[in-house]
Design a protein around this ligand. Structure first.
Ligand SMILES: Nc1ncnc2c1ncn2[C@@H]1O[C@H](COP(=O)(O)OP(=O)(O)O)[C@@H](O)[C@H]1O
Ligand SMILES: [Mg+2]
Length: 266
């Protein structure tokens, strides 16, 4: 269940890349512990950049990002003790699994995190076996990750993140390039992980999965600002909003659903 303990608090956050590309503009948002949250926006709206700020891979140039009241900034994240403690609590599943997987076989990939945590070999073995079982990838244990299918890689990446038992899971476009059955499986897995108390934060532009994997949604526009916040079912019914942020094309939508067209007079 979503509690009301504040997990992340972002105030007036701005970020641009060294090349000059603006990625986030005056972002205010809060996320409570145990929530399922979606960051929705068109390509280039800033979702991946925000996930990098939430995971401490980047830090805000303007404004503040706080995690449980502690500012995530250059100073706190360069403190090894804080950084280590923070990173074990927050897991990040990258959009591209290839950027995440670097070990020579699946078993070692999943064992990497628990070894870093300093668990003994028996505990590491236990963690790996339970992850192989949870993600239904026991048969892949000896395979090199780079020879797996996209869906299998995504499962291994998820296993390698979950093996350190983070309380927050950040996922970047997790269903992209997965076949429909694997997408369904992943969505079920995220719901189940949330039931066990984990906070799940997903960046996506896949409208179909949003109401299932989120009870709260932030909508980004193409100027990298949050323009709406609320319950997915309500926001997804707002075609004007979705069209204005380039998530649906209204003309196309009205042709397919003519009976709704009158609700959206030009
Ligand atoms: N590594 C980078 N270097 C320069 N510009 C970047 C980089 N990553 C993203 N951007 C730019 O920042 C903006 C936001 O990108 P991103 O956060 O990746 O958006 P999204 O994940 O919503 O597609 C875009 O204009 C994008 O071109
Ligand atoms: Mg992205």
């Amino acid at each position: 269940m979503a509690g009301d303990e504040l997990l992340y608090e972002l105030k007036n956050v701005g970020f641009h890349y060294p090349s000059g590309e603006q990625a986030l503009e005056s972002v205010d948002l809060t996320i409570n512990r145990g929530e399922k949250v979606v960051l929705l926006g068109a390509n280039g709206s800033g979702k991946s950049t925000l996930l990098k700020l939430l995971s401490g891979l980047l830090y805000a140039e303007e404004g503040t990002v706080k995690f449980l009241g502690q500012s995530l900034d250059e100073e706190s994240l360069s403190n090894e003790e804080f950084s280590f403690a923070f990173r074990r609590r927050v897991g990040f599943v990258f959009q591209n699994s290839d950027a995440q997987l670097f070990n020579s076989n699946v078993w070692e990939e999943i064992a990497f995190g628990p070894v870093q945590l300093g668990l003994d070999s028996e505990q590491v073995r236990g963690r790996v076996e339970s992850m192989l079982h949870l993600l239904e990838i026991e048969h892949l244990r000896n395979r090199p990750p780079f020879k797996l299918s996209g869906g299998e890689r995504k499962k291994v990446a998820l296993a390698s993140v979950l093996s350190v038992n983070p309380e927050v899971l950040l996922l970047d476009e997790p269903t992209m390039a997965l076949d429909p059955r694997t997408q369904g499986w992943l969505v079920e897995m995220l719901i189940e992980l949330n039931r066990t108390g984990k906070t799940i934060i997903t960046a996506t532009h896949d409208l179909a999965i949003v109401p299932v994997i989120a009870d709260k949604m932030f909508v980004f526009n193409e100027e990298h600002r949050v323009v709406a916040e609320g319950e997915p079912v309500e926001l997804l019914a707002d075609y004007d909003l979705l069209a204005s942020v380039n998530l649906i094309d209204r003309t196309f939508h009205e042709h397919r659903h003519p009976k709704y067209a009158h609700l959206h007079a030009h």
